[in-house]
Design a protein. Structure first.
Length: 415
């Protein structure tokens, strides 16, 4: 989608939005000049998403919910949080300890998980929250301030990962997709790194250059892992193809896609923070073979502005969310390196059904309440909504029991 196409479907900017975006654009222009006329895409994201006081996640605009740019599952319905709480309760009753939520946003998940854990007699000693956005942290604090004192007093706010490993549960709902990621293109087997430059008129433009050794090696390793064997495709005895050959075989000319080098240090940090218990990662994503399928030749990048989705990341810098889907095979590999066990991988629909969302629907009182919850459940469960695009990966350390999350579906064979 070109900038002109994207602008045609998006609301007109207000004067204060134009001023804000112009300030972020100036930061990007300065960064491009400092780096000799070219800015790697992940460095561009670090500015437009995270620049202090100006980046999308740092500034004060409403981002989540009906008045924002997108809606998350916890914001959509408390049903989601109740199901997450049941999985947390299973772990907490085994391991004891705490809950650590990463990227809590407006606090919607914590606001539904804590009361549900109280009902299940499985309250954690502490409910730690690490939210890097000062704006979102303030919104979450205000929201959780309305909880009963017995729940409110368990909440602890962190600026960094815990100083000592915890026992319990780590929650990460729609966090991995927000990590800065690299974009790449493949032309005749050659790997290009996608970045940002400036036109003669000072406009942001896409700019590719030959990839450095590290990125090139990563892309070609991906190509080898997803390419069919040489010779007759699918024949087990056929030899493995080399990197450039694999890229030519499995991908159409000009393929553009993403990879996230930050997943490994992110998972490593989570692993270092967990002594015993489970990690629950919820995000839209795919296994590697699905992610880098030749039919997905444009990648998975998505931008969100006032509930409109498009693919122009250079539009409205600082005003729109920019994400990419998660390569869950890469998450699993990082978990293995961090000595975490991949205990489960399933769709969000399967996770919610395994954690008794149907019981919550059946317990609803009154026709209007049942209709309201049924509508919310459809959005959480249906394939065309969040049900299949969102996946749930559970990682464990020191647990000997099968988690509820994997009771209905096990997609680990796809990783």
């Amino acid at each position: 989608m070109t900038s002109r196409d994207a602008v045609s479907i998006l609301p007109v900017l207000q004067p204060d939005e134009e001023r804000h975006s112009a300030a972020v654009l100036q930061l990007v222009r300065e960064a491009i000049a400092q780096r000799g006329g070219w800015l790697a895409f992940d460095d561009y994201l670090r500015i437009v998403l995270y620049a202090p006081g100006l980046g999308y996640y740092s500034a004060g605009s409403v981002k989540i919910g009906g008045a924002g740019d997108f809606v998350t599952a916890p914001e959509l319905s408390g049903l989601f949080g109740r199901c997450v709480a049941r999985q947390c309760a299973q772990v907490l009753l085994l391991s004891g300890g705490d809950v650590l939520e990463l990227g809590a946003g407006t606090g919607a998940l914590a606001a539904s998980v804590l009361p549900a854990l109280q009902e299940l007699a499985a309250l954690p000693q502490h409910y730690y929250i690490l939210e890097v956005s000062a704006d979102l942290r303030a919104r979450a604090q205000q929201r959780l301030g309305g909880l009963p004192a017995a729940l409110r007093e368990r909440v602890r706010w962190l600026d960094t990962m815990p100083a000592a490993p915890i026992a319990g549960v780590v929650l990460a709902n729609e966090v991995a997709d927000a990590l800065p990621f690299k974009r790449f293109a493949v032309e005749d087997g050659a790997v290009l790194e996608c970045g940002v430059g400036l036109s003669a008129a000072g406009r942001l433009i896409e700019a590719d250059r030959p990839a450095g050794a590290e990125l090139r090696a990563q892309v070609l390793r991906i190509a080898v892992s997803v390419a069919p064997p040489a010779g007759e495709q699918g024949e087990a005895a056929a030899p493995m193809v080399a990197g450039e050959q694999a890229a030519k075989i499995c991908w159409p000319e000009g393929l553009r896609s993403e990879l996230c080098p930050m997943l490994e240090p992110w998972i490593a940090a989570i692993g270092a923070a967990l002594e015993r218990g489970a990690v629950i990662i919820v995000d839209y994503g795919l296994s590697r073979r699905e992610y880098y399928h030749p039919q997905r030749s444009g990648g998975t990048l998505r931008c969100h502005f006032r509930h409109r989705a498009h693919a122009d990341a250079l539009l409205y810098p600082g005003l729109q969310d920019i994400t990419a889907w998660v390569d869950f095979t890469r998450v699993a590999e990082a978990a293995d390196a961090a000595q975490l066990e991949v205990a489960g991988y399933c769709t969000q629909a399967a996770f919610l059904l395994a954690n008794d969302i149907e019981a919550d629907l059946a317990a609803a009182g009154g026709a209007l309440e049942r209709a309201r919850l049924a509508s919310q459940a459809r959005q959480l469960l249906l394939p065309g909504e969040m049900g299949e695009n969102f996946k749930v990966m559970t990682l464990t350390r020191g647990l000997e029991v099968a988690l509820r999350a994997g009771a209905i579906q096990d997609l680990r064979r796809l990783l």
